[in-house]
Design a protein around this ligand. Structure first.
Ligand SMILES: [Zn+2]
Ligand SMILES: [Zn+2]
Length: 63
């Protein structure tokens, strides 16, 4: 679980940007949002703004 072993496909835990579906490293995410106790990571501010407009439309369905 190190970032320093020189392996291109390292063990960094990637997360999915719920808006565009891109896999991103939380450490390099452009921005984050917290919603209902869950942190969402975004590749860009634009994706975060899209999420802000309709959080339940993007990967966070509610009953
Ligand atoms: Zn919610
Ligand atoms: Zn995105």
């Amino acid at each position: 679980m190190t970032h320093n072993n020189g392996d291109a496909t390292d063990d960094a835990e990637l997360v999915t940007d719920p808006v565009c579906g891109m896999l991103i490293d939380p450490a390099t995410a452009a921005t984050t949002r917290e919603h209902d106790g869950t942190t969402f990571y975004f590749c860009s501010i634009a994706c975060a703004k899209t999420f802000d407009a309709a959080p339940h439309r993007y990967g966070h369905p509610h009953p």
